[in-house]
Design a protein around this ligand. Structure first.
Ligand SMILES: Nc1ncnc2c1ncn2[C@@H]1O[C@H](COP(=O)(O)OP(=O)(O)OP(=O)(O)O)[C@@H](O)[C@H]1O
Ligand SMILES: [Mg+2]
Length: 260
């Protein structure tokens, strides 16, 4: 049984079918990259998983437990529960400008622990939260920048803070939407290295939408190629990058001429 199982995920905007019967599965600790042309439905797929969009149809299971089944409307609390399984890192960082790097990582975690305390569930103390945040700042190599505000951070540093903030909540699955597309090649490299480190140290299950083909080739256990809302090809990194089957994927990869 796969850790994450997505079956027939579909989403329309008005009458426009944006993603159609998207299905894939992933084992725990595996990294899946989603590649494809602009407008092929990659972001929409992530947004559906992260419960930022309503899904029209499909099924999502984690560890054998169905967390979403199409056609059943969920209560707000159920949507929040579903959301907590996924952590989404956006291409534009989305840090709170009025808080420091430290506070940006701490805030969502503090709020969650307060909610847990209120509900009578186990929770982390403030000291434990501070330790965890400091530990994460160390792991992303930003201890020295803990008290800097987002406007004082480089794009690469901001993205690393955003990644640490997502990891602090310990979601089952981390989702990245083009985490480096707002960065220059050097800052991109820093962020890609952090993602690679997360794979090694945290063994996190991750789904990464990216146009960085060389990175996708190296970091991914599986790769999905989307076009026009459907999965055209999926396979191991080797299968997709070294032995693409469809003309459309061959054509797509050709545009990244360092690969093929
Ligand atoms: N809120 C929305 N309302 C209507 N249509 C939308 C909405 N969001 C996305 N779309 C459409 O859905 C399609 C897929 O968009 P999506 O953002 O998922 O593509 P993408 O693969 O992430 O593209 P890119 O590589 O440019 O980020 C596009 O045609 C887009 O215009
Ligand atoms: Mg997108």
């Amino acid at each position: 049984m796969a850790y994450l199982e997505i079956k027939d995920l579909s989403k329309k905007y008005s009458d426009n079918e944006i993603i159609k019967n998207v299905s894939f599965s992933l084992d725990e600790g595996e990294v899946l990259s989603i590649i494809g042309l602009s407008g092929s439905g990659k972001t929409t797929t992530l947004r559906c998983l992260a419960s930022l969009e309503e899904i029209d149809n499909g099924e999502i299971s984690i560890n054998g437990e169905i967390i979403y089944k199409g056609g059943i409307s969920l209560k707000e609390s159920e949507i929040n529960e579903r959301r907590s399984h996924f952590g989404l890192v956006f291409q534009s960082f989305n840090l709170f400008p009025q808080y420091t790097a430290f506070e940006n990582i701490k805030l969502p975690l503090s709020l969650r622990e307060k909610r847990n305390k209120k509900k009578g569930q186990p929770y982390l103390s403030d000291e434990e939260i501070n330790n965890l945040v400091n530990d994460l700042l160390g792991k992303i190599n930003l201890t020295q920048r803990a008290s800097a505000y987002p406007c004082e951070l480089s794009g690469g540093e901001s993205q690393r803070v955003a990644i640490a903030r997502a990891i602090a909540l310990n979601p089952d699955i981390l989702l990245f939407d083009e985490p480096t597309s707002a960065l220059d090649p050097i800052l991109s490299k820093e962020v890609l290295k952090v993602i690679n480190d997360i794979k090694k140290t945290f063994k996190k299950t991750m789904i990464i939408v990216t146009h960085e083909m060389e990175f996708a080739r190296r970091v991914s256990d599986k790769v999905v190629f989307m076009n026009d809302g459907v999965i055209v090809e999926e396979g191991t990194s080797k299968e997709i990058f070294e032995n693409p089957k469809t003309d459309i994927l061959k054509q797509f990869l050709k545009t990244f001429d360092n690969i093929v």
